[in-house]
Ligand binder design. Structure first.
Ligand SMILES: Nc1ncnc2c1ncn2[C@@H]1O[C@H](COP(=O)(O)OP(=O)(O)OP(=O)(O)O)[C@@H](O)[C@H]1O
Ligand SMILES: [Mg+2]
Length: 455
């Protein structure tokens, strides 16, 4: 499978988030934690200072006379247990709680150190302060359990987690939206090119496309331009060749008819008739090739369109085709309603002529042929129905191919008629369908034009 741009973008934008978000969370947690820890330690250090104010020297002995009120206020705390200890320079405990005596620390006066110890299985954070006792240094220690600290740490952890989660969600949503938004013009471009018919070689509209894609679109448009020029040159050559052939073929046919009409040896009759038929066939083929060159949708793209009515096109055809149908022993009828559209008159005539030619040729003598035009809601319809043998189901998909002739096809055609019909229809934005007549026998060739198309 081809790599998707959207997936690559999402992958490269979202994967780093997986690393960035936890790292940012950890950093933020640490940044919040550090000052909180320092503030708690500072409060503990202040407590050592207030305890130290009760230490004095009584002769050589260290005395400590904190009144009960001060001790109560030191020990009162809603969440934590508070411990304290006063130590002589030799490490003897003068007052307070024995568990705080250890470990032994050497501190200068007014220097504060922190450590952690365990009392009854609970961790206690201790601040130890050096206090001048004459020439040497006593120590005051105050410790507290960690309940308040842990509560605050837990709250800031949850707060950080919620913040980071919200940030991650917002980032993911933004990335998905931004990616979709950035890729939208590309998808539109894909649709624009993907839904085109094979004959549509007009330049791709680059309006609104991101600068990065415009170069590609320009290259594609230049390619379209070259292909279109090549295809037009080919059509022009075909049209020229067919045109050049028409005059000599017409005079060949004339000569053959003159020879047939003039007195001639009966032994030549057969040869002259075959010559005449061959010349007719070649003349028709050359005019079909000419029609094919003109009917190509890309050749039609630049052609001038006129305000027309399918009814008028059919009426004009009646004048030419009624006598021909009569001579061939067919009943040709018309059911015409107005169906105005913008189109190319000579091509629509050519299209109807091919449909009528088929009906006359393939339905054969005794058949009934009906030409209809009408407007059905947003669709303009031109159809030719006959009650001949119809087109067998398996042949319907190939019937519009160039040079395809049915297995039971009558006459000496080349198999170009329906291909011309299809091309002219496509150039007018119309579609051709083969429909079964309600009566069952025969076939309806229906051309449906969307109103407003074909310009
Ligand atoms: N009205 C019809 N009734 C029965 N078969 C048809 C009809 N129209 C077309 N077909 C079948 O479709 C085939 C293709 O038609 P198409 O007009 O392209 O070629 P053609 O009529 O054989 O030759 P050409 O039109 O070049 O003289 C025909 O050979 C025929 O088998
Ligand atoms: Mg035909």
């Amino acid at each position: 499978m081809a790599p998707s741009l959207k997936r690559t973008l999402l992958l490269w934008l979202l994967l780093p988030l997986l690393a960035i978000v936890p790292a940012a969370a950890a950093l933020q947690y640490w940044l919040v934690l550090q000052p909180t820890r320092e503030a708690f330690d500072q409060a503990l250090a202040n407590s050592t200072a207030s305890v130290a104010s009760f230490v004095r020297l009584d002769g050589d002995a260290v005395a400590f006379d904190m009144n009960p009120q001060a001790e109560r206020s030191l020990r009162t705390d809603q969440f934590d247990s508070i411990y304290y200890a006063v130590l002589t320079p030799a490490g003897q405990q003068v007052a307070g709680d024995p568990p705080l005596r250890e470990p032994r620390l050497v501190l200068a006066a007014d220097v504060v150190a922190f450590f952690e110890t365990e009392i009854d299985g609970v961790t206690v954070r201790v601040a130890a302060r050096g206090v001048a006792c004459g020439a040497s240094v006593c120590q005051v220690r105050v410790g507290e359990t960690q309940v308040k600290r842990q509560q605050i740490f837990r709250k800031s952890f949850l707060g950080t987690l919620a913040g980071v989660f919200a940030f991650a969600l917002a980032s993911v949503a933004t990335i998905v939206l931004a990616t979709r938004q950035a890729l939208r013009p590309l998808l539109r471009l894909g649709e624009q090119v993907g839904t085109r018919s094979l004959d549509d070689l007009r330049p791709v509209d680059a309006a609104g496309l991101p600068a990065e894609v415009i170069g590609l679109v320009d290259a594609v448009n230049r390619l379209f331009g070259r292909v279109r020029a090549g295809s037009l040159a080919q059509q022009a050559f075909l049209a020229d060749a067919a045109h050049q052939l028409r005059t000599p073929l017409a005079s060949l046919k004339n000569e053959a008819e003159l020879a047939l009409a003039a007195p001639h040896p009966s032994s030549m009759q057969g040869a002259l008739e075959r010559l005449n038929a061959g010349a007719s066939r070649a003349a028709r083929l050359s005019s079909q090739l000419l029609a094919l060159a003109r009917s190509d949708a890309s050749a039609q793209a630049g052609m001038f369109t006129e305000a027309l009515d399918l009814k008028a096109i059919a009426t004009e055809a009646a004048a030419e085709w009624v006598p021909l149908a009569l001579a061939a022993g067919l009943d040709l009828g018309f059911e015409l309603e107005s169906a105005p559209l913008a189109g190319r008159r000579f091509l629509l005539r050519e299209m109807l002529a091919n449909l009528l030619h088929n009906a006359v040729e393939h339905a054969g003598p005794g058949a009934h042929v009906t030409v209809r035009t009408r407007r059905e809601r947003q669709t303009l319809v031109l159809e030719v129905e006959d009650d001949g043998p119809g087109i067998p189901e398996p042949e319907r998909s190939s019937a519009f191919d160039r040079f395809y002739r049915g297995h039971e096809a009558a006459g000496v055609g080349s198999g170009l008629g329906l291909a011309i019909v299809r091309d002219i229809a496509a150039g007018h934005g119309a579609s051709v369908t083969i429909v079964d007549p309600p009566a069952g026998r025969g076939v309806i060739l229906r051309v449906s034009f969307a109103e407003g198309a074909g310009r």
